[in-house]
Each structure stands twice: as C-alpha cells, then as structure tokens.
Write a protein that binds this ligand. Structure first.
Ligand code: NDP
Length: 360
C-alpha cells in the first residue's frame, strides 16, 4: 500500500503539514533529511531547516520573552533537550522551536525518516521516491528506502547563497561561511575582525551574533542603505562593534594554506576605489536558493527556481497530488510563520485531494 502522505523537508512547513495530516489520521511519513551528510552541512540543508541555524526567534507568535526552560524540560525528551545548543531560555531559540515542532508532530504519530530523498518519480501515480544517506555513491540494498505515496508535500525550503568567487570556494570552512550561528564561535574567529556580506535581516542578525565573539564586525553593503527591517537596522547601526562599509562588494577572499582567511579585498560599487581589510572570517548573508534540485524539473518552477503554486490560495503544484509549502514555493514572505501556515494549507489540500480521489 502506498503511503497516504509523504512530507519531504523538516522546517516549519514540514512539521505543520505533519501535525495536521497526523491529526487527520493520514499517518504521514516525514523524510526529514540526513543530519550526518557533509554536503547538507556545507550548504545549510540539514534537518530542521534554516531556523535550526539561527539564535533567538523573536517574531514567531506564541513565544514572548519569558523563561521557557521548564516548558522545554517537560515538552521534549531528555535526550533531545540535553543536546540543544545552550540558550538563555529567555524566549525561544530557532533550534528549540524546531525540536518542539518535531516533537509535536511525533506526539500525534508522524513517522520520521532521517534520510535525504535522492530520487523521485512524480510522472506516474502512486509517486515513487528513494530515501537514502546521500553520501552513498550507489543506492545499495538495505541502505535505501523505496517509498510509494498517494500524495507528496514538498517542504524542502531554501538555502543560503554564495557569491561564486573562486577564492570564496577555496576558503569555505576555513574562514568563509554562510552561517554565523553554526561557525561563529569557532576559535579561529575569536577576538578577530570579521566581515558580513549583505544588508538584509539575515546580515544584521549574523553581524549582531558575531559581535559576541569578534573584535569587530564590518558589514559590506552593496548600496548605501540596508534592506533589513527598521528595528534590525537600528540594532546594527547602534552596535559599537559593527562598522558599515557602504557601496562595497567583496572582490576576493585572501588567505594562506596554514591560516585560512587573513583578509578580504573590497571594491567600490560606485567608483574605482578598492581596499583590503584584515579579517579572519567572511560570512555571506545575500539571500537564498530554493531546494528543488532533487525534483529534476518534474514540478513547474518560476525562473528564480521557486515552485509555482498553480492556483491562488492553494498549495497545488503543476502535478496533481503534489503540494508545496514553505520557502521552497515562497520567494516573497519567507517567514517561519508563513511557512508553517502554508504547511497547514498543504496538509488540508492533500487531505481533500485524497478524499476527492476516494482514497481516504
Ligand atoms: P534579503 O533578500 O532580504 O536580503 C539580501 C541582502 O543581500 C540584500 O541586502 C541584498 O542587497 C544583498 N545581496 C544580494 N545579492 C548580493 C550580491 N550578489 N552581492 C552583494 N549583496 C547582495 O535576504 P535575507 O536572507 O536577509 O532575508 C530573507 C527573508 O527572511 C526576509 O524576508 C527577511 O525579512 C527574513 N528574515 C527575518 C529575520 C527576522 O525577522 N529576525 C531574520 C532573517 C531573515 P540589496 O538590498 O541591494 O538587494
């Protein structure tokens, strides 16, 4: 028997879809991604999505500032609670929020596979996919899972972009990163000057976080203003450890084999000026790319790669029975709460689609 609903992805959209489909007795299967895969770590596609790579979450409704420790102690199993990154319990952190969502889905019976989808066939129904640890060169019997599904909810989110400079690639994991929260506390960055590229909310969040460890953080912004929200702008501009580098772009990352990153060359975006800043780390925060590669074009996407919702107010994709939720289909709002909202919508859409087919 095919699965009723397979949910691919484990950010807020995936878990909201899992909670709703589980409560509708659809016995959902969540393929959450492989936590041990190095590629996932490098490109920021590890399970629990992008929120799991952030610190405080101040704008997710329902979690005002306040001591959350006792709730976390009771809501999460001890083995999960004990490995969560240290946090003040003052409000909720991204990893805490994601573990709470995952637990909530599991409490209602959602089953979870900690693997990546390495192959999917949406051209025939029931849909077919293979879940495996992505490191495996070949899918060997016993290491992969063949799954058939009547409906699929794609909730694979988006990942951070890089500029594509050869020097940036050369020093990835040796001073170049797109995740301050993952890497900022590393000894190589302690009490050293760092730069953050970008001027959006992510860039401000990363820069602010890095001031905890760095001697100085430069924000390299290609225009003469930030894209970030007003409250975040204020936070960056008032932080004495953050220096703005307006109208600048990263030209080259400079380093050595032994020391990793030692400097960054910046160029002006308005004239021919250039400068070299001695820094130990370069953090990218310049937007995102949706995680749709594994679909190999089987679902219609916009020119920017995000999945097309084919019907207004619905999470339908170009393939009947396949729904999309969260950032993978949303290049506009990109918020945790909107992702969770569309995850709920996808669950209800899948439930109704199954009912219309006489399936459930
Ligand atoms: P954004 O698209 O909002 O910002 C991207 C930034 O990177 C912009 O400043 C952009 O410059 C710059 N940029 C893009 N490409 C390049 C390039 N090639 N070279 C140099 N700079 C470049 O992305 P974010 O990831 O910051 O935010 C995504 C969404 O998530 C937003 O909706 C944001 O509000 C939300 N978010 C909210 C947070 C919160 O509320 N706490 C935290 C983090 C994100 P330009 O402005 O010139 O285009």
């Amino acid at each position: 028997m095919p699965e009723n609903v397979v949910i691919i992805g484990s950010g807020p959209a995936g878990w909201a879809a899992a909670i709703y489909t589980a409560r509708a007795n659809l016995n959902p299967l969540v393929i959450e991604g492989d936590p041990t895969n190095d590629l996932n770590r490098q490109q920021g596609t590890t399970p629990l999505g992008q929120l799991n790579l952030t610190t405080e979450v101040e704008n997710y409704p329902g979690f005002p500032a306040g001591n959350l420790c006792q709730f976390l102690d009771t809501a999460l199993p001890a083995d999960v609670r004990s490995v969560l990154p240290e946090h003040s319990c003052h409000g909720v952190s991204g990893p805490e929020l994601m573990e709470l969502m995952r637990q909530q889905a599991k409490n209602f019976g959602a089953r979870v596979v900690s693997k990546d989808v390495v192959k999917i066939d949406l051209r025939r129904h029931p849909f077919r996919m293979t879940a495996a640890n992505r490191d495996f060169k070949e899918i060997v019997s016993g290491t992969s899972e063949e799954i058939e599904a009547a409906t699929v909810i794609i909730a694979t989110g988006a990942r951070a972009n890089y500029l594509g400079l050869p020097s940036e690639d050369k020093y990835k994991n040796r001073g170049v990163s797109a995740c301050a929260v993952c890497d900022g506390a590393l000894p190589m960055f302690r009490n050293k000057p760092l730069i953050v590229i970008g001027g959006g909310d992510s860039a401000v969040e990363e820069a602010t976080y890095l001031t905890k460890y760095a001697s100085q953080v430069y924000m390299v912004v290609r225009r003469n203003e930030l894209r970030a929200s007003k409250i975040m702008q204020k936070r960056a501009l008032e932080n004495p450890k953050i220096t703005m580098k307006w109208n600048r772009a990263l030209d080259e990352v400079i380093g050595t084999e032994n020391d990793g990153v030692t400097a960054a060359r910046l160029k002006s975006t308005v004239d021919a000026a250039a400068e070299e800043l001695p820094v130990a780390g370069v953090f990218l925060a310049i937007g995102h790319t949706p995680n749709t590669d594994f679909l190999k074009g089987q679902v219609k996407t916009h020119p920017n790669g995000y999945i097309v919702w084919t019907t207004p107010q619905r999470t339908y994709t170009s393939v009947p029975g396949v729904f999309a939720a969260g950032d993978v289909a949303d290049s506009y709002y990109k918020q945790a709460v909107t992702a969770a909202g569309t995850g709920c919508m996808a669950a209800l859409d899948a439930e109704r689609w199954l009912a219309d087919q006489g399936h459930h």
